[in-house]
Design a protein around this ligand. Structure first.
Ligand code: ATP
Length: 421
């Protein structure tokens, strides 16, 4: 459970920040502060890291806002310190990476949405205006960290009070029509922090989603937002709430059939691709194709979706008690590992679980000792036949017919001679 620590004193917060920051980022942070001090420019810690600092939660990435030019500042930092820098001129932001740590530096700005869900047009502003464009009050605070504004907490929307009351509160009634991804963000924060979505905010959310507001969100943005849920500490908790608020079906109607939410085996962190399979499990083939389009899924995701549907259609076979190693390999070899994992987690049949478990633990990893090049050396023509033969050798190994490399070679040459006659 998150509790607010006695860190509302700005100076205390700065000490805490120094202690909590990823050590890889310390030199970058110091350089940005020094350069801001030289130019007497206000610099702020904003958004998520400040919220987490106030809650005494660990800080992962750092978000800074300057009232100066973020790109010039980042260039000056990159001249002093080796780091990777990716500028986003359209949004007046720059991301700096050092090892696995990440720091976002933005110029304070306001955003105007021409239409619901569209990317905003960005204008320069001061820090208070910048905070007023943000999603929720608890994410709309700033802490001065350069000399000119050191240790000043700026909180134009009373975020601190909401942090005390554990409330997720949007700033205005159009928040969710401006950007429907905020609906998922609200639920994510609510579940992650064990907060409550404030009642008016909840009404605004539900009204926006009943007006089909998700249709204004591009597939790529929607996929990105769902992908963030996959990486939460407790994704199942978030999905249960998403389902309860009927947000899942507002995103894609057939997902309302999802009945895996009660499965305790999902109450843990899983590979994001396994979650893709879990979401797909409720769908039929046509719906699966539509889902792939709705999220503009990359190849890996769509393979997991389609393989999950394929596996589902084979459930009655999988539930049979007697399936040989060869039958299991024939059924599973071409199926994505994440689909297998998803189905074994969701399907309640113990036989299905055991077949998939055995296959993943033992048979999936069995490989011939010979490789493709060895087969070509033996005279097998390059092309699909090589893969086919490797598979046959693997099956012969699984069957216990052969165990050594010499035996594999023997089998390959006998196949070759059969092929040539
Ligand atoms: P997390 O803790 O999950 O990393 P975060 O709070 O740091 O989340 P980000 O998604 O990294 O959030 O965004 C950084 C900040 O930008 C947020 O704290 C919020 O102030 C603002 N923000 C992000 N997305 C939106 C949005 N869709 N609408 C308005 N403000 C947003």
């Amino acid at each position: 459970m998150s509790t607010i620590s006695n860190l509302e004193n700005g100076q205390e917060l700065l000490y805490r920040l120094e202690r909590s920051i990823n050590p890889s980022l310390s030199p970058i942070m110091k350089a940005i502060i020094d350069l801001s001090n030289q130019d007497k420019l206000p610099l702020y810690l904003v958004g998520g890291p400040l919220r987490d600092l106030l809650l005494g939660r660990p800080i992962v990435d750092i978000d800074l806002v300057t009232e100066g030019n973020s790109h010039e500042l980042a260039n000056a930092v990159a001249n002093k310190i080796t780091c990777r820098m990716i500028p986003y001129p359209r949004f007046k932001t720059v991301t700096l990476y050092k090892d696995t740590a990440r720091l976002d530096l933005a110029t304070s700005r306001v955003e105007h949405y021409k239409a619901s869900g569209s990317l905003p047009t960005v204008f320069l502003s001061n820090i208070s205006q910048d905070l007023m464009r943000r999603d929720f009050t608890i994410n709309s605070m700033a802490l001065g960290i350069s000399k000119i504004n050191q240790a000043t907490l700026i909180d134009p929307t009373d975020g601190l009070a909401d942090l005390h009351q554990k409330l997720i509160r949007a700033q205005h009634s159009n928040s969710f029509t401006d950007d429907a991804t905020r609906i998922l963000r609200a639920i994510r924060y609510e579940q992650r922090l064990s907060f409550t979505i404030e009642s008016q905010t909840l009404n605004w959310m539900l009204e926006a989603q009943s007006n089909d507001i998700f249709s204004t969100i591009t597939p790529d943005r929607l996929r990105k937002e769902i992908g963030i849920i996959f990486r939460e500490e407790q994704p199942l908790k978030v999905f249960k709430r998403v389902a309860k608020l009927q947000t899942l079906e507002a995103i894609f109607k057939p997902l309302s059939k999802s009945n895996w939410m009660e499965s305790e085996s999902l109450d843990k962190q899983l590979d994001p691709l396994v979650w893709v399979g879990i979401l797909a499990y409720a769908l039929n083939l046509d719906e699966a194709h539509e889902f792939i389009l709705r999220l503009n899924m990359p190849n890996k995701w769509s393979k997991v979706v389609l393989d999950t549907i394929k596996l589902k259609s084979a459930i009655s076979v999988l539930a049979k008690t007697s399936l040989s190693v060869l039958q299991l390999c024939e059924l599973f070899d071409k199926i994505h590992r994440s689909s297998l994992k998803a189905v074994s987690l969701i399907n309640p049949d113990s036989q299905v679980k055991s077949h998939i478990g055995q296959y993943l633990e033992h048979y999936r990893n069995v490989k011939p000792l010979l490789n493709g090049k060895d087969l070509i050396k033996l005279g097998i023509p390059e092309g699909p036949l090589v893969g086919k033969l490797l598979n046959k050798i693997k099956l012969a190994r699984l069957n216990g017919k052969i165990t050594t490399k010499t035996e594999e070679k023997k089998i390959a040459t006998s196949w070759l001679s059969k092929m040539l006659t």
